[in-house]
Design a protein around this ligand. Sequence first.
Ligand SMILES: Cc1cc2nc3c(=O)[nH]c(=O)nc-3n(C[C@H](O)[C@H](O)[C@H](O)COP(=O)(O)OP(=O)(O)OC[C@H]3O[C@@H](n4cnc5c(N)ncnc54)[C@H](O)[C@@H]3O)c2cc1C
Length: 483
Amino acid sequence: MTNPPPTNLLEDAAADAGFAAAERAFSIDTATLQQLLDAVSSASVGAAQTAAVASDRSGTAGAGHPEAVVYAHSVDDVVATLTFANEHRVPVVTRGSGSGLTGGAVAGAGEIVLDLSALNEIRDINPVDGTAYVEPGVITADLDRAAAAHGLFFAPDPGSVELSTVGGNIATNAGGLRGAKYGVTRDAVLALDVVLADGRRLHLGPGTVKGVVGYDLLSLFVGSEGTLGVVVGATVRLLPRPVAQATAAAFFDSVATAARASVALATARVRPSVVELVDGKTLGAIDDLRGTDLASRGGAFLLVQTDGFGALEEIEVVAEVLRRTALSVETSDDPATAAALSAARRDALPAIEARGWALIEDIAVPRSRLAEAFEGVAEISTRTGVEIYAFAHAGDGNVHPIILVPGAPGVAVTTVPPEAQAAADELFELALRLGGTLTGEHGIGLLKRGWVEREVGADARQLLREVKNLFDPNGILNPGKAI
Ligand SMILES: Cc1cc2nc3c(=O)[nH]c(=O)nc-3n(C[C@H](O)[C@H](O)[C@H](O)COP(=O)(O)OP(=O)(O)OC[C@H]3O[C@@H](n4cnc5c(N)ncnc54)[C@H](O)[C@@H]3O)c2cc1C
């Protein structure tokens, strides 16, 4: 039986709601707003015009509609927007492509959306330094494709690579499938150009591989979810594109067995780039969507990829480890076969979303506790009767329990039903009990804010707020989010 959230957490959630409401109690009149519209190159006002940029992929809605959306076409547009907003105390919600899953880019009445999607130029690729300088609105996969022309690649590859922006990846410290070997977005960021709340421009990080001058403000910005400043340019790390890739696909009787097999890889002197695990329930959803027969082959699916010189030798070691407990293991170094095997993993979320509205969670635990995490998710689902699917970036202990909220597929549910929220709370409790975290890669946004203090403690939470106040004393940058 999972313990209910402690009382102080509930009190904190109530206090938080008040804090967020106070942060959001801004208003702006038409004449004042016109000053902003005159100062920037492109903007729209009105409910119809702002509706498309008022929410993110979580489907969370703000109260009312934003006052305006500014489409930045230059850094000057960003500076003009923030200078105006700071002077008139108007909240600004920065937006990449809105693929976020936690309500981070949600905006409502009294707020301005700052859309960076048109700032999407890859300004420079330097193969010798292994760097690229990009504007924030560049689509993640576009950067990777551009890097490929130089024999390089951009390692962060969230499932949303074709949708998300590099600026959004930086603001959420996005992870991805290749995280098992190449880490998260923070590992790929060498320098940032940001605009602060009062319109000042700042360059953070030396842009070199090494550097130890002062506190690490660069890292502070990565994962700050638009609450400290706006990222307007980034020097990111590019790596040599692997010369070869090999894939192992294995089916297991249960998700716990598959999780233990993935953990066994950690001590097998191999370093896979991808270790992805899909539970049986999700396999059933993929079968429904794609007409495949994955669920009949086992209760869980594990996809492992190795890359670089020796990829094939490495995958043979992987396969040997998996064969100890798997029902079946198949390997390939053919890119087309690898793409077909990977498709099952990439289809996981769309397949669940085809069954209803998905509340996508993102807990992360130490790799050694992965099997317990999956067992805990299943136990919560069985006991509460709430339908929960699960798949994981198993290589880095990041489990996505997906709570299915009954409803028409594709139709956002504006209020999370209490039983679904209660199940989500239990998932967070499970993550913390296993020595993990609420969110491995999606961030806190609006949806998980009530749990921040529970994870970091009151003193650290207070410091987070003081840091926010230092950068944004008037509280205009994405108020009510992240901390
Ligand atoms: C199908 C699907 C699969 C996904 N898979 C993954 C995955 O594997 N791993 C993962 O980590 N995420 C994943 N995501 C979530 C999402 O794509 C990431 O969080 C992504 O980094 C968000 O980028 P975005 O450009 O859409 O940002 P948005 O959603 O627009 O914004 C996200 C947050 O960043 C802030 N922000 C955006 N741009 C800037 C900027 N330039 N400066 C300052 N703040 C900014 C916003 O204010 C907001 O708080 C997935 C989403 C979907 C829909």
